[in-house]
Ligand binder design. Structure first.
Ligand code: ASP
Length: 417
């Protein structure tokens, strides 16, 4: 069995949905599980719904209308017959969301977020499944929330592998064509959870691991994994092969083509991962598998924007050592702050943080009584894997550098945006 993943960019419009068929025609359509993300930038649109709802903003209706309109336009393009049941189906999914909002009593942001943002994937998979059926591709649509079970750490849930494995064994038909949602899951009480932004790749990894799939393919709007984000760097080149270890490193430093958690389950069973262009499905793309670290060998550039550089020093010039470092890290953990870089000296300690959950203020309140705190928001973290002199010179040009550090294979630098 193979697992395919189509991300938001690949199903952002009717053309993208039609292209799913083009891919299936070229590479085969049986024994496949297709994981689909929300269309285009719809997850951001659902995030706005959550914000408007919790802030009691008058914009709420507009935000919901925007989502309705976006999907209806795609439907009207894909289904000439306005009597097709898909129109009712999508309307009823959206009214289901409105009912969820009406009935909800919780003010807890992360919980409400997951109950609402999941509708992006529920809608996209319903559309893709119906369209494939219309075009003669018999498929079954599975609700991923009945299969992937997690804890109740909303917006960043941890998978319960044992239960998930049982559900996958019971409910996933390894023959034929199955469509399901990326990113969404559910907890023991059947409330919806999500696996973190861009989490659909991870869903593909989970399905592949639990079904012993022969491969995972992520269909992208780029030819594969490049040695830098083409939106940021010029003259990027395609990497044809990457080892699991190297891919995990690249993803960890922020290479956005692969979600960092995706690779671990695949590595454990040595399931190859292909990143390919959905426009040219027969091209080789990039394969991530056991073997050579990086082919061709060249510097890889990664940038993570909107980071926070935080420096702490002791108030009394005492050392920053094990006991206070462990306390600081436990606070990062509590507030879901992801640490991308660490540098410390005897009396000071600097980290580059990713504040995905908007908790930095709360962290500061805890740190300020104990440390002298200096921070700079909106900085970028640049990483070069397999650097050389020219690569560093290129990266440092015209930048206001706040911190740098290097190991044998990795050079990192924090600079103002
Ligand atoms: N739709 C989700 C997001 O935009 C998950 C994904 O696309 O991977 O983050």
């Amino acid at each position: 069995m193979k697992v395919f993943k189509f991300g938001g960019a690949s199903v952002k419009d009717a053309k993208g949905v039609r292209n799913v068929i083009d891919v299936l025609q070229k590479v085969g359509d049986s024994n496949i599980v297709i994981i689909v993300s929300a269309m285009g930038k719809m997850t951001n649109a659902f995030e706005r719904v959550v914000d408007d709802y919790l802030n009691k903003s008058e914009e709420l209706k507009n935000s919901i209308d925007f989502i309705k309109k976006y999907h209806i336009e795609i439907l009207e393009d894909l289904f000439e017959n306005r009597q097709h049941p898909v129109f009712k189906k999508i309307n009823s999914i959206i009214s289901d969301m409105e009912t969820t909002l009406k009935r909800n009593k919780s003010r807890q942001y992360d919980y409400v977020y997951d109950q609402i943002v999941c509708y992006g994937e529920l809608i996209s998979t319903a559309i893709v499944s119906e369209y494939l059926s219309k075009e003669g591709y018999v498929n079954s649509l599975l609700d991923a929330r009945n299969i992937i079970k997690t804890d109740d750490d909303y917006r960043d849930a941890t998978v319960d592998w044992e239960t998930t494995q049982q559900y996958i064994d019971k409910k996933v038909n390894k023959k034929g064509l199955t469509i399901t949602q990326g990113f969404i899951a559910s907890d023991a009480n059947n409330f919806t959870t999500t696996l973190g932004r861009e989490g659909s790749d991870y869903t593909a990894g989970i399905f592949a691991y639990c079904t012993n799939a022969s491969s995972v393919t992520i269909w992208k709007d780029v030819p594969g994994v490049l040695n830098g984000d083409p939106r940021v760097f010029e003259n990027t080149k395609l990497l044809s092969q990457i080892s699991y270890e190297e891919a995990i490193e690249l993803a960890f430093y922020g290479a956005s083509v692969i979600h960092p958690k995706t690779l671990q389950p695949l590595q454990r069973k040595e399931i190859p991962l292909y990143v390919k262009s959905f426009l040219n499905p027969q091209d080789e793309g990039t394969s991530v598998k056991k073997g050579q670290r990086l082919v061709p060998q060249m510097p890889c550039f990664i940038v993570k924007k909107d980071q926070i550089l935080l420096s702490l020093s002791s108030l009394d010039f005492s050392f920053i050592v094990e006991d206070n470092i462990s306390e600081i890290f436990s606070l990062f953990h509590t507030y879901h702050l992801k640490v991308d870089l660490i540098q410390n000296s005897a009396i000071s300690f600097s980290v580059c943080l990713d504040d995905k959950f908007d908790n930095f203020k709360k962290l500061l309140m805890q740190l300020k009584p104990k440390f002298s705190v200096v921070y700079e928001k909106n900085v970028s973290l640049f990483t070069i894997r397999h650097f050389n002199k020219e690569a560093i010179l290129f990266l440092e040009e015209n930048k206001d550098i706040l911190l740098k550090q290097g190991t044998k294979e990795t050079y990192q630098m924090v600079a103002k945006q």
